[in-house]
Design a protein around this ligand. Sequence first.
Ligand code: NI
Length: 172
Amino acid sequence: MRIGLRIHTWPESILRKKCKEVKIVDERIEQLFEQMVLLMRANKGIGLAANQVGLDLRLVVIETQTGILKLVNPRIVKTEGRIDFIEGCLSFPGIELKIKRARRVRVSALNEKGVALDYQAEGMLAVVFQHEVDHINGIPFIDRVSFWTRLKIRPLLKKIEKETRYGMCEQK
Ligand code: NI
Protein backbone atom coordinates (compact mmCIF):
# COMPACT_ATOMS: atom_id res chain seq x y z
CA MET A 1 0.00 0.00 0.00
CA ARG A 2 1.29 3.45 -0.90
CA ILE A 3 1.16 5.89 1.95
CA GLY A 4 1.94 9.57 1.81
CA LEU A 5 3.54 9.98 5.20
CA ARG A 6 7.09 9.19 6.28
CA ILE A 7 8.92 9.12 9.58
CA HIS A 8 10.71 12.39 10.24
CA THR A 9 14.11 11.99 11.84
CA TRP A 10 16.42 14.24 13.83
CA PRO A 11 17.01 17.19 13.34
CA GLU A 12 13.87 17.89 11.28
CA SER A 13 12.29 20.97 12.83
CA ILE A 14 8.79 19.56 13.25
CA LEU A 15 10.18 17.37 16.06
CA ARG A 16 10.60 20.59 18.05
CA LYS A 17 7.11 21.86 17.30
CA LYS A 18 4.44 22.21 19.96
CA CYS A 19 1.59 20.74 17.94
CA LYS A 20 -1.86 22.23 17.44
CA GLU A 21 -5.00 21.05 19.22
CA VAL A 22 -7.37 19.07 17.03
CA LYS A 23 -10.70 20.91 16.93
CA ILE A 24 -12.86 18.42 15.08
CA VAL A 25 -12.43 14.66 15.11
CA ASP A 26 -13.69 13.67 11.68
CA GLU A 27 -13.04 11.12 8.96
CA ARG A 28 -9.81 12.85 7.99
CA ILE A 29 -8.43 12.29 11.47
CA GLU A 30 -9.40 8.62 11.29
CA GLN A 31 -7.54 8.32 7.99
CA LEU A 32 -4.44 9.95 9.46
CA PHE A 33 -4.59 7.51 12.38
CA GLU A 34 -4.74 4.60 9.92
CA GLN A 35 -1.60 5.82 8.17
CA MET A 36 0.19 6.42 11.47
CA VAL A 37 -0.62 2.88 12.62
CA LEU A 38 0.74 1.43 9.35
CA LEU A 39 3.97 3.39 9.71
CA MET A 40 4.35 2.52 13.37
CA ARG A 41 3.93 -1.19 12.67
CA ALA A 42 6.14 -1.19 9.55
CA ASN A 43 8.91 0.34 11.67
CA LYS A 44 8.21 -1.89 14.69
CA GLY A 45 7.44 1.01 16.99
CA ILE A 46 5.14 0.88 19.99
CA GLY A 47 4.17 4.55 19.86
CA LEU A 48 4.09 7.33 17.28
CA ALA A 49 3.21 11.02 17.45
CA ALA A 50 1.79 13.02 14.54
CA ASN A 51 4.75 15.39 14.28
CA GLN A 52 6.99 12.36 13.77
CA VAL A 53 5.19 11.88 10.47
CA GLY A 54 5.22 15.58 9.59
CA LEU A 55 1.77 16.58 10.90
CA ASP A 56 1.33 19.59 13.19
CA LEU A 57 -1.50 17.96 15.17
CA ARG A 58 -1.93 16.57 18.67
CA LEU A 59 -2.44 12.93 17.64
CA VAL A 60 -0.74 9.85 19.10
CA VAL A 61 -0.99 6.14 18.41
CA ILE A 62 0.17 3.53 20.92
CA GLU A 63 0.39 -0.24 20.56
CA THR A 64 -0.70 -2.01 23.74
CA GLN A 65 -1.17 -5.67 24.65
CA THR A 66 -4.90 -5.31 24.13
CA GLY A 67 -4.87 -3.29 20.92
CA ILE A 68 -4.09 0.11 19.50
CA LEU A 69 -4.92 3.37 21.27
CA LYS A 70 -5.67 6.33 19.02
CA LEU A 71 -5.48 9.49 21.07
CA VAL A 72 -6.58 13.00 20.14
CA ASN A 73 -5.25 15.89 22.27
CA PRO A 74 -3.86 13.60 25.00
CA ARG A 75 -2.94 15.24 28.31
CA ILE A 76 -1.19 13.77 31.31
CA VAL A 77 -3.37 14.81 34.22
CA LYS A 78 -1.69 12.92 37.05
CA THR A 79 1.68 11.29 37.69
CA GLU A 80 2.95 9.11 40.54
CA GLY A 81 6.23 7.46 41.48
CA ARG A 82 9.49 7.21 39.56
CA ILE A 83 10.90 4.73 37.07
CA ASP A 84 14.10 4.55 35.01
CA PHE A 85 13.34 3.10 31.62
CA ILE A 86 15.41 2.48 28.50
CA GLU A 87 13.68 4.12 25.57
CA GLY A 88 14.11 4.18 21.82
CA CYS A 89 12.49 6.48 19.26
CA LEU A 90 11.75 6.03 15.56
CA SER A 91 12.99 9.59 14.95
CA PHE A 92 16.39 8.69 16.47
CA PRO A 93 17.22 5.30 14.91
CA GLY A 94 19.91 3.41 16.80
CA ILE A 95 19.77 5.51 19.98
CA GLU A 96 18.62 4.07 23.30
CA LEU A 97 18.52 6.24 26.40
CA LYS A 98 17.72 5.61 30.02
CA ILE A 99 15.17 8.23 31.04
CA LYS A 100 13.62 9.10 34.38
CA ARG A 101 9.84 9.03 34.13
CA ALA A 102 6.79 8.78 36.34
CA ARG A 103 5.84 5.17 37.13
CA ARG A 104 2.10 5.73 36.85
CA VAL A 105 0.14 8.22 34.79
CA ARG A 106 -3.40 9.18 34.18
CA VAL A 107 -4.14 10.51 30.70
CA SER A 108 -7.18 12.35 29.35
CA ALA A 109 -7.82 12.27 25.62
CA LEU A 110 -10.45 11.93 22.95
CA ASN A 111 -10.53 8.67 21.06
CA GLU A 112 -10.80 8.41 17.25
CA LYS A 113 -14.58 8.85 17.53
CA GLY A 114 -14.21 12.07 19.51
CA VAL A 115 -15.28 10.49 22.80
CA ALA A 116 -13.53 11.78 25.95
CA LEU A 117 -11.76 8.99 27.84
CA ASP A 118 -9.38 8.58 30.76
CA TYR A 119 -6.55 6.07 30.72
CA GLN A 120 -4.46 4.79 33.62
CA ALA A 121 -1.13 3.18 32.94
CA GLU A 122 1.84 1.84 34.84
CA GLY A 123 5.37 0.81 33.90
CA MET A 124 6.19 0.56 30.20
CA LEU A 125 2.81 1.81 29.00
CA ALA A 126 3.06 4.82 31.33
CA VAL A 127 6.50 5.54 29.85
CA VAL A 128 5.16 5.34 26.29
CA PHE A 129 2.36 7.80 27.15
CA GLN A 130 4.92 10.26 28.55
CA HIS A 131 7.31 9.83 25.59
CA GLU A 132 4.52 10.46 23.04
CA VAL A 133 2.95 13.42 24.86
CA ASP A 134 6.46 14.90 25.06
CA HIS A 135 6.66 14.54 21.26
CA ILE A 136 3.53 16.60 20.57
CA ASN A 137 4.86 19.21 22.99
CA GLY A 138 8.01 19.43 20.85
CA ILE A 139 10.22 17.66 23.40
CA PRO A 140 12.30 14.82 21.94
CA PHE A 141 13.68 12.29 24.45
CA ILE A 142 17.24 13.59 24.08
CA ASP A 143 16.04 16.63 26.07
CA ARG A 144 15.36 14.38 29.07
CA VAL A 145 18.94 13.20 29.64
CA SER A 146 21.84 14.89 31.40
CA PHE A 147 24.31 17.18 29.69
CA TRP A 148 26.93 14.42 29.98
CA THR A 149 24.77 11.78 28.35
CA ARG A 150 23.97 14.25 25.60
CA LEU A 151 27.71 14.76 25.03
CA LYS A 152 28.27 11.01 24.96
CA ILE A 153 25.65 10.42 22.24
CA ARG A 154 26.82 13.33 20.10
CA PRO A 155 28.54 11.11 17.51
CA LEU A 156 25.34 9.05 17.14
CA LEU A 157 23.25 12.21 16.75
CA LYS A 158 25.68 13.51 14.11
CA LYS A 159 25.30 10.26 12.19
CA ILE A 160 21.49 10.53 12.22
CA GLU A 161 21.70 14.21 11.22
CA LYS A 162 23.85 13.30 8.24
CA GLU A 163 21.55 10.47 7.16
CA THR A 164 18.51 12.71 7.57
CA ARG A 165 20.13 15.41 5.43
CA TYR A 166 20.82 12.97 2.61
CA GLY A 167 17.51 11.15 2.98
CA MET A 168 19.33 7.98 3.95
CA CYS A 169 17.52 7.29 7.21
CA GLU A 170 15.91 3.87 6.85
CA GLN A 171 12.28 4.24 5.76
CA LYS A 172 9.74 1.55 5.20
NI1 NI B 1 9.70 8.89 19.93
